[in-house]
Design a protein around this ligand. Structure first.
Ligand SMILES: [Mg+2]
Length: 476
C-alpha cells in the first residue's frame, strides 16, 4: 500500500520527491504494520458481499480521450510538528474514489448538502491534506458529456472534466462504426440524436421520424409542431419509396423515454420486423435487430419522495410484451451501465488515464483500492462487488442512504460499508486508508507506524497528539 507522502521531510525545504518514492516509504510503513498483525478498522462491520454475476451486456472496450493537463505542483513542506500537520497537494497514489451521481451527489437537480463538502475533502481539505483522485460513473444520460459536466461543476462547486465522467450511453460510442442506420430512443427533443451523431453514428433515426412518416404508428401520440419540424423525412433522406425499404440495424435506448407508449410500440414493431425493415412483420419473430439499453436501473432517485421508474422498467416491459405478442418467443436485449462489469472495466481505464493526466501519476500501479459510492444496491453495489470478485485490485462498495436504498431494509446486494451520506463515505474511505498505512508522522526523518491505540484513534477520525516510543507513534 502506498500513499504519496514523503518519507523524509527536511525542515523548510521544498519537496521534490516523486510519487513513487513516497510510495516506497509507505510500503515500508505498511510492511511494519503488517508485521504487527494490525487489523483494519471497521472490518467487523463489513457485511458479507452477496455476489451475482452480471448478465448479458456486450463487452465494452474503449479508449477515452481526456485533455492533458500538468499535475499540480507540490507545495513547500512545513516543519513537522505534533500533532500531525496536514500537507497540501499530496496526491493519494494508492486509492481512488468513484461516484454514482443521482441519489449520492444530486437529487432532483439539486446537490445533496453533504456532497459539496465531500468534494472539498477529496480535494485536499482533510486532516491529512491529501488529494484523492475521483471519477463519476452514472447510468443517467440524455445530454452531451460536456454539458453534464458543466451542470455538475456548478452543482458541486468544483471543476468536473469529461475526462473523469462516464454516463450510461458513453460506451455506446464504441458501436458507431458497427451499424449504419440505427434507431435512437429517449431524452429531450433531438438531444440524443445529436449525442449519437457526435459519437460517430452515421444515420440516426428517432421515433419522431417514424411518427412523422406514418402518424398511425402510435394512435394516441401526436407530434407537436416543433417535433414535426425537427423530425426528419425518412423516405427522402433514404431515397426510399416506402418505409419497408429502410432497415434499422440496431436500436439504442440512450436515455429515459419521454413517451413510453409510442416508444414501446416502435421498439416492438422493429423487434418483430423482417430483419429490421420498418412496417414489416416477421413470421418467425427471431430476425429483429439487436436492442441496447444504456443501463438497466428499474428505479432511480429523483425529486419525488419515492424512487421513480427508470429505463430498466421499460426494458422489462419490452421483453415481456414481446413474449406476450409473439406466442411466447423470447427477446434478448442488452444493457450497458452498472452493474455490468464491462462498465467498471471501462471506468478503470478512465481512472488510470485521469490519474495520469490530472495528477501526474503515470508511473504508479493502478490504485490498490477503488471506493465506489452508490445509492442503488442492484446496480452500484452489485456491480462493485462483482468487479471486486474478478479484479486484481480492491473495489470497495459503500452504500449511502440518500437515494434509492431505503434505510432499515436489507439491501439485496450487500455493501462493504453502509453510511448515511456521501461525506461519511469519503471520510470512511480516507480514514480506512490512513489507518492501513499508518501515520505519516516523521521523527528524525523517519516514517513511523502507529501503535494499536493510535491506529484506532485515527481510524475513528480523531486527531490525537502523538509521541514516539520504541519506533512507533503512540498517543501522547
Ligand atoms: Mg443513483
Amino acid at each position: 500500500m502506498s500513499l504519496s507522502v514523503p518519507p523524509q521531510r527536511p525542515s523548510m525545504c521544498p519537496r521534490q520527491m516523486s510519487s513513487s518514492s513516497f510510495a516506497d516509504a509507505f510500503d515500508d510503513a505498511r510492511r511494519k504494520l503488517d508485521a504487527m498483525g494490525v487489523q483494519e478498522p471497521g472490518e467487523d462491520e463489513v457485511l458479507s458481499p452477496s455476489l451475482s454475476s452480471s448478465s448479458s451486456a456486450t463487452d465494452v472496450s474503449a479508449t477515452y480521450s481526456v485533455p492533458a493537463e500538468s499535475p499540480s505542483p507540490l507545495s513547500p513542506a512545513t516543519p513537522t510538528t505534533v500533532p500531525i500537520t496536514p500537507m497540501v497537494e499530496d496526491v493519494a497514489d494508492n486509492f481512488a474514489f468513484a461516484f454514482d451521481i443521482d441519489g449520492v451527489l444530486i437529487r432532483g437537480g439539486r446537490p445533496i448538502p453533504e456532497a459539496v463538502e465531500a468534494m472539498k475533502v477529496l480535494n485536499g481539505e482533510n486532516e491529512w491534506g491529501v488529494k484523492v483522485p475521483y471519477i463519476f460513473l452514472t447510468n443517467g444520460g440524455g445530454k452531451f458529456e460536456t454539458e453534464r459536466c458543466r451542470d455538475l461543476s456548478q452543482q458541486l462547486e468544483i471543476d468536473v472534466s469529461p475526462g473523469q465522467f462516464i454516463c450510461g450511453h458513453t460506451p455506446m460510442r464504441e458501436f458507431a462504426d458497427r451499424y449504419g442506420t440505427v434507431l435512437v430512443v429517449g431524452g429531450e427533443g433531438e438531444k440524443c440524436r445529436d449525442v449519437a451523431e457526435s459519437y460517430g453514428f452515421r444515420d440516426v433515426v428517432t421515433p419522431g421520424d417514424i411518427l412523422k412518416a406514418n402518424a398511425h404508428t402510435a394512435p394516441f401520440r401526436k407530434l407537436t409542431e416543433a417535433e414535426h419540424a425537427n423530425s426528419r423525412d425518412l423516405l427522402a433522406r433514404h431515397g426510399a419509396e416506402k418505409l419497408s425499404d429502410i432497415v434499422i440495424e440496431a436500436i439504442f435506448v440512450f436515455a429515459d423515454s419521454r413517451d413510453w407508449a409510442s416508444d414501446l410500440q416502435i421498439i416492438l414493431d422493429i423487434a418483430q420486423s423482417k430483419g429490421g425493415r420498418l412496417e414489416t412483420r416477421s413470421e418467425t419473430f427471431d430476425e429483429g435487430p439487436p436492442i441496447y439499453f444504456s443501463h438497466n436501473d428499474v428505479l432511480w432517485s429523483a425529486a419525488h419522495e419515492h424512487a421513480r421508474l427508470g429505463m430498466g422498467a421499460l426494458r422489462r416491459i419490452v421483453e415481456t410484451v414481446f413474449e406476450d405478442t409473439t406466442g411466447g418467443k423470447k427477446l434478448k436485449t442488452h444493457a450497458f451501465g452498472k452493474p455490468q462489469v464491462s462498465t467498471f472495466e471501462f471506468a478503470t481505464r478512465l481512472l488510470q488515464q485521469w490519474r495520469a493526466t490530472q495528477h501526474g501519476l503515470r508511473q504508479t500501479k493502478p490504485p490498490a483500492t477503488v471506493y465506489f459510492v452508490g445509492d442503488t444496491p442492484e446496480s452500484d453495489i452489485r456491480g462493485t462487488n462483482a468487479m471486486d470478485a474478478i479484479s486484481e485490485n480492491e473495489w470497495y462498495s459503500i452504500l449511502v442512504k440518500t437515494g434509492v436504498y431505503q434505510p432499515g431494509t436489507e439491501p439485496k446486494y450487500k455493501p462493504r460499508k453502509l453510511v448515511d451520506t456521501v461525506l461519511d463515505a469519503v471520510n470512511h474511505g480516507i480514514r480506512r486508508e490512513m489507518s492501513r498505512l499508518g501515520s505519516r508522522k516523521e521523527a528524525g526523518g523517519r516514517m513511523l507506524p502507529l501503535d494499536d491505540a493510535a491506529l484506532k484513534a485515527v481510524g475513528e477520525g480523531r486527531t490525537p497528539e502523538f509521541e514516539v516510543q520504541d519506533n512507533f507513534l503512540t498517543m501522547a
